[in-house]
Write a protein that binds this ligand. Structure first.
Ligand code: BES
Ligand code: MN
Ligand code: MN
Length: 471
């Protein structure tokens, strides 16, 4: 690895540093690059896209090099990690930037206005493509921010290390081993991640809590083969009905999870934080409208925002079995299946909850049926202390760029690797997101606001400046 010849005479940024001219002058190129990034179908879950994922990693490495970092593609037993660094600020803090270049599958394809991997700018305001907000658009802000700083000032105010993984959407299977193997090389003072949402349009948010995840697949089996429902119905247990009964029992009348032990480790939010959340003015009717539901429902005694961010839940993510084709078929199916997941909050433990779920299904399995519960990847919930100096520093950066102090809020989503950063590297993550509630991540017509792309680049640059602790 060899650094490009750059002059690093002065680390501190001039107080009037302003990337706007540079950003504006080359905005077409910055947009074209994001489009090129989005054109690569780096769908991590689909083996048919493995070579696209690998190509995407090489593409990203090359852009990092062009930005002025030293970058490499590191193989793992799964999809590769792109590692990039710039370490020419001796004595200054080191910021480890994380993002993921893999994306969710694009289906159902017929619901997209344009093909998912042919990015289109709509209304001149947003870019539509799979991965636009999750996470290509957001993570690319950091590459561009480093480029902006180096191009306009010749230096960075801090040391920067970047890791971009290709397996986030499939549970970051090989990242823990990668972090352990590269512990020394990844040494840093703080992790900085853009893979979350803003509180609302124009209202930035630092996410101080993420939910964890426990995920199982449930297989219920009855007879050894499908049966004629006229000849056998009424005398043989129906796996689909048995599964439905067990799934229906997961929540009680008040919306609480019935799995024994589920709430044992749940740490309640301090009243002060509940009051703060209530004062944020979450717009429930706008949310109803956006997602097209008549009513928001859930656990009694908690606001919709609380239920979706700081309370644990259970959901059925998929359900199949029996005849689902056209017309009617009078069959008593031999098996039925479901994917079931729980969002977790501190101090719930994913493995413990997975065991509780398995026990729930075993104990409730109706007579005449058998049940198998197979665990998938999980994730440990995350909280960062609101007083963490680096969080405060990034908050100043966001206020400078957006003209308003960020909300310190919780998000209901999961990024399992943030708990690994704590456990394996001893580092908290500052979660500075540029997504919006209506970005449709994981869904057809995913988009990223161009305003958030430009502001995200500025925010990422100013975050590094504020994190330098100088000036
Ligand atoms: N970036 C999302 C998580 C997210 C989105 C957090 C918005 C906060 C706000 C991430 O890519 C994701 O989709 N995570 C998965 C978990 C993973 C194990 C598949 C999730 O939350 O379902
Ligand atoms: Mn993501
Ligand atoms: Mn995602």
């Amino acid at each position: 690895m060899k650094y490009k010849d750059l002059s690093f005479l002065e680390r501190a940024m001039p107080t009037d540093w302003n990337p706007d001219d540079w950003l504006h002058r080359e905005r077409e190129r910055h947009l074209e690059e994001l489009k090129d990034f989005l054109r690569i179908p780096s769908v991590s879950t689909d083996p048919a896209h493995a070579s696209d994922v690998a190509r995407c990693a090489r593409w990203l490495r090359d852009r990092c090099e062009e930005a002025g970092l030293v970058a490499e593609v590191h193989a793992t037993p799964g999809h590769p990690v792109v590692y990039a660094e710039w370490l020419n600020a001796p004595g200054a803090p080191t910021v480890l930037i994380y993002g993921h270049y893999d994306v969710q599958p694009a289906d159902p394809l017929e619901l997209w206005r344009n093909p998912p991997f042919e990015p289109v700018i709509e209304d001149g305001t947003r870019i539509v493509a799979r991965g636009a907000t999750d996470d290509k658009g957001q993570m690319y802000c950091h590459v561009k921010a480093v480029e902006a700083l180096l191009a306009t000032s010749g230096t960075l105010p801090v040391n920067v290390k970047m890791i971009f993984e290709g397996e986030e959407e499939v549970g970051s299977r090989h990242l823990d081993a990668y972090l352990e193997e590269n512990r020394d090389r990844l040494a840093a003072d703080i992790v900085l991640i853009s893979d979350t949402s803003m509180f609302a349009r124009g209202r930035p948010m630092l996410t101080v809590g993420l939910r964890g995840l426990s995920y199982v697949e449930v297989h219920v089996r009855g007879a050894s083969h499908d049966l004629h429902s006229g000849l056998f119905g009424g005398g043989v247990a129906n796996p689909a009905l048995g599964l439905a009964r067990m799934l229906g029992g997961l929540l009680d009348e008040s919306g609480r999870v019935t799995v024994p032990g589920f709430y044992d480790r749940v740490r309640d939010l301090p009243e002060s934080e509940r009051r703060e959340m209530a004062a944020l003015g979450h717009d429930e009717s706008a949310l109803r409208e956006e997602i097209g539901v008549t009513e928001l429902v859930g656990e009694a005694g908690w606001t919709a925002l609380e239920r979706m961010t700081v309370r644990p839940t259970v959901d059925v993510n998929g359900l199949w079995g029996g005849y689902t084709g056209a017309g009617a078929k009078t069959v008593l199916p031999a098996e039925a299946h479901a994917k079931v997941s729980c969002r977790l909050v501190p101090d719930q433990d994913p493995e413990e909850v997975t065991a509780m779920l398995a026990a729930y299904f075993r104990e409730r399995c109706p007579a005449g049926l058998t049940v198998d519960v197979d665990p998938h990847h999980g994730g440990v919930p995350f909280r960062i202390d609101r007083d963490t100096p680096e969080l405060v520093a990034v908050s100043r950066a966001l206020e400078r760029v957006w003209g308003v102090a960020p909300v310190l809020g919780h998000s209901g989503g999961s990024i399992p690797v943030v708990a690994s950063f704590v456990r394996l590297l001893g580092l908290p993550s500052v979660l500075m997101g540029f997504g919006l509630e209506d970005d449709r991540l994981h869904s057809p017509n995913e988009k990223f606001e161009l305003e958030n792309y430009w502001q995200g680049i500025r925010s990422a640059a100013w975050a590094l400046i504020e994190l330098s602790g100088g000036r």
